[in-house]
Design a protein around this ligand. Structure first.
Ligand code: NAP
Length: 289
């Protein structure tokens, strides 16, 4: 049974903050908003939001306060002076930052009697409000459980446990994963495009391939946790031979091969260390350096 939408406050109305406030409004939450540049509140006020004149007024309006601004310096600049008004409330910080900044913010909040959840939004503003997208939370499983009905209107909440640094750590790592996938996909799309294959046609096949790749990741994660890399599917030696075909195809078509050359370098490192017969997961050791 859906509970009555509780009042919420959103501090920061850039592209992401405005999307968050919009999702709360769409779900019927009485929503108070504040932004350093007040004009940005106008479209939300038209949709029923209350514009607070000061950040203190914004914080006082709701037990649940969501902040999403450029960086942690901006969070502290805005909320540092109203720490007293935040006492006893729950602050959900969806601003991107480092794990160290998140842990320091959690300590600051604890020192002022403020409940603190650190979050990472794993989508862009148009994806906010869609339960297919994840929002990562860390630092307060019990706070997330208590405020889940409100927070799940923003996206599917994923609880990463009591360490407030983990949402930022996952966020940074997952963005790195995204950029690596983008890079591999763009290289491959340029390769296929050189022979006249439209990007959309190639990508339909590439997306299916990513599902198989995700299955490899799950298998390899078990190997990494066990510290054992049996080369019982495809060895690094075999992949060194395979990547030669990719490099050759790229050279023939005048494609920039920096990305596959980096992969070859990592594979060769493992082979030179005597691990050519292991699975690709062994290459984690190059990163651990
Ligand atoms: P944005 O559109 O540039 O908005 C930045 C916000 O921060 C504005 O509300 C701005 O206020 C405020 N701000 C900046 N410096 C400030 C300061 N010193 N004092 C007070 N307020 C300050 O950025 P965004 O896309 O909304 O991103 C906000 C956060 O969400 C970032 O940490 C970003 O990494 C994260 N995020 C964004 C996306 C995305 O796709 N956009 C995805 C995931 C996470 P003014 O309006 O007054 O300038």
């Amino acid at each position: 049974m859906r509970t009555q939408p509780v009042p919420v406050t959103v501090v920061g109305l850039g592209q992401m903050g405005a999307a968050l406030a919009g999702a709360f409004l769409a779900a019927g939450h009485p929503t108070t908003v504040f932004n350093r540049t007040p004009d940005k509140a106008a479209p939300l006020v038209e949709r029923g939001a209350v514009r607070a004149a000061t950040v203190a007024e914004a914080v006082a309006a709701s037990e649940l306060v969501v902040v999403c601004v450029l960086d942690y310096d901006a969070v502290h600049a805005l909320l540092g002076p109203v720490a007293g008004a935040l006492r006893g409330r729950v602050l959900v910080n969806l601003t991107s930052g480092s794990p160290e900044q998140a842990r320091a913010a959690a300590e600051w909040a604890a020192g002022h009697g403020i409940g603190y959840l650190d979050g990472g939004i794993m989508t862009t503003p148009p994806g906010v409000g869609d339960s297919a997208n994840m929002i990562l939370y860390a630092g307060g499983p019990e706070l997330l459980a208590a405020h889940r009905p409100a927070l799940e209107v923003l996206g599917d909440p994923v609880d990463l446990g009591p360490d407030a640094g983990l949402a930022s750590l996952y966020d940074a790592g997952l963005l790195g994963l995204m950029w690596s996938v983008f890079g591999g996909w763009l290289h491959a799309t340029a390769l296929a495009g050189a022979d006249g294959v439209p990007a959309a046609e190639f990508t339909a096949v590439a997306v299916r391939w990513l599902r198989t790749v995700s299955w490899f990741l799950t298998t390899y994660a078990g190997q990494i946790d066990a510290g054992e890399y049996p080369g019982d599917d495809a060895t690094i030696d075999v992949q060194v031979a395979s990547i030669a075909h990719l490099l050759h195809a790229g050279e023939e078509r005048g494609i920039d091969n920096r990305l596959p050359r980096l992969h070859l370098e990592l594979m060769r490192e493992a082979v030179e260390a005597g691990h050519g017969g292991d699975s690709y997961a062994r290459i984690i050791e190059s990163f651990r350096k």
